[in-house]
Design a protein around this ligand. Structure first.
Ligand code: 8LH
Length: 464
């Protein structure tokens, strides 16, 4: 079967736009028999591996050591034997081959953008994005925005950090390719959230991009400014960067505050086009895995073999089009569950029905139980009189680990005992561990301007 503009190296027709009435950008690719799509992807995986093997000492070394060659990849079972790439390996490669590492597969003169990790923990990693790659990224993400219901001429308000963070730039370039009007507002500077409220009320954009935490922050600031966020008239709000848009109560809070469709998307910055996992206007819940853009596997975190549909595992990602720093089986260290079912939008992609619910490293191991911070978030947002922010503190007292949940409440200090006892008991029965629950005044815990960090694990200091 012919697939639209399917080639490697990839170059999309820059003037292409779908039929205005079509819900799909590429109807064939998006709705084809998944087995036929997979067959095309398998050929592409070999091509990408061939390219990486011949242009990068990193991949050559890695695959030679594993005793495999790109030509061996004649089945997905064979592909699952390809060793995963870890962030530690990339850091190491960049330390020995600065600044981009020996997994840069194109000439340095081809690098068009440099982005990177924030480097708050450890050495930062640089992302080199090739000139053609940037164009292809724009095309792919324009296609995904189309699927979300964004259309040419719509104004897209980007309210995330414009710096090393790739999310904002990726959203911007996608909206430009879609022939939208972009308002690259940014976030993170002093007083900027109140200004965002003013601008949103004035410009009334159709679409909005940020982290979910920041959207909730914005709604609070709008309320303080006596502006109803529904007056912004937003049609679609798409989010990435952290769990939230797929956490039921968080999603509902955003939908209720803004009156817009909430769309979850996002993989990892290294994997840009990071929107390759994304919901659509017709399938707004969870995230579809757009397998012809990036090959997504959900794997057992120990063996890195794929788990059956219906099971939980860790996403492993492979670029199908990048030629600058193609990632081939990048281990995400995140957690999710995947399914294959009929999607209301008609796309034949697998789906993450609960989104990505967290990082393996962020899961709290306490007294033999595993606690996902997102479970606490989901629970608290459903509690009446919750003030909108909380912290989870884990500490060691004597030989026992202790978990303290400190949550804001809108209730006055004299009227909190019922709130404290029911919320504490509810958390305890949900999580299956003893919880010390404390309440604090609303608006006293710091809000995130980017990705929220709500867990304070004091045991890490004890261990050192
Ligand atoms: C998510 C989600 C999501 C990312 N649900 N967790 O925003 C996408 C790119 C630009 C990004 O955030 O990249 P970065 O900074 O490398 O962080 C990647 C991590 O962020 C990823 O491994 C996840 O843990 C998290 N994340 N989007 C849940 N929609």
């Amino acid at each position: 079967m012919e697939m639209e503009q399917w080639a490697f190296p990839t170059r999309y027709d820059q003037d292409y736009l779908p039929d205005p009435g079509s819900p799909y950008w590429f109807p064939v690719r998006e709705t084809m028999d998944p087995a036929e799509r997979d067959a095309a992807v398998l050929v592409r995986l070999r091509e990408v591996m061939d390219y990486a093997y011949s242009t990068s000492s990193f991949y050559r070394r890695k695959w030679d050591a594993a005793g495999l060659k790109p030509a061996d990849i004649t089945s997905f079972e064979a592909f699952e034997q390809v060793p995963v790439v870890t962030k530690a390996e990339m850091r190491e490669s960049q330390a020995t081959h600065p600044p981009f590492g020996d997994y840069l597969c194109c000439d340095e003169s081809e690098v068009h953008h440099i982005h990177g990790t924030s480097g708050t923990t450890g050495a930062p990693t640089a992302f080199a994005l090739g000139r053609r790659d940037w164009e292809v990224i724009a095309d792919n993400q324009a296609r995904i925005l189309w699927g979300m219901g964004v259309r040419p001429g719509d104004t897209v308000f980007v309210a995330a950090l414009f710096s090393l963070y790739l999310g904002s730039w990726g959203a911007m370039t996608a909206a430009e390719r879609l022939r939208c009007r972009v308002l690259p507002f940014g976030a993170g500077a002093q007083g900027m959230t109140a200004r965002a409220v003013t601008w949103l009320a004035r410009v009334k954009p159709a679409a909005f991009y940020a982290t979910p935490s920041y959207a909730l922050r914005l709604a609070e600031v709008a309320e303080q400014e006596k502006i109803d966020p529904r007056e912004f008239g937003l049609k679609v709000m798409f989010f990435s960067g952290e769990p939230g848009a797929s956490i039921p109560t968080v999603r509902r809070a955003i939908e209720d505050a803004f009156g817009a469709t909430v769309i979850d998307c996002g993989t990892m910055a290294e994997m840009t086009p990071f929107m390759s996992a994304s919901a659509t206007a017709g399938t707004p819940d969870g995230m579809l895995l757009w397998q012809d853009i990036v090959w997504h596997e959900v794997c057992d975190p120990a063996s890195f073999r794929t788990v059956p549909y219906g099971s939980e595992g860790t996403p492993v990602y492979t670029h199908l089009e990048r030629t600058s720093q193609p990632m081939i089986r990048l281990a995400s260290n995140d957690l999710t569950r995947w399914v294959m079912e009929d999607n209301p939008c008609g796309r034949t992609y697998p789906k993450l029905p609960d989104g990505v619910y967290g990082r393996i490293d962020d899961m709290i191991h306490i007294r033999g139980e595993n606690v996902y911070p997102t479970e606490v978030d989901n629970f608290l947002r459903g509690v009446p009189d919750y003030g909108g922010e909380h912290r989870i503190v884990v500490r060691r007292t004597g030989s026992m680990d202790e978990m303290i949940v400190r949550a804001e409440t809108t209730l006055p200090p004299g009227e909190r005992s019922g709130f404290e006892s029911t919320t504490g008991a509810g958390l305890q029965s949900l999580l299956g561990v003893r919880v010390t629950f404390e309440s604090v005044d609303a608006h006293t815990l710091e809000r995130a301007e980017h990705k929220a960090r709500r867990v304070v694990d004091e045991r890490e200091h004890t261990r050192r």
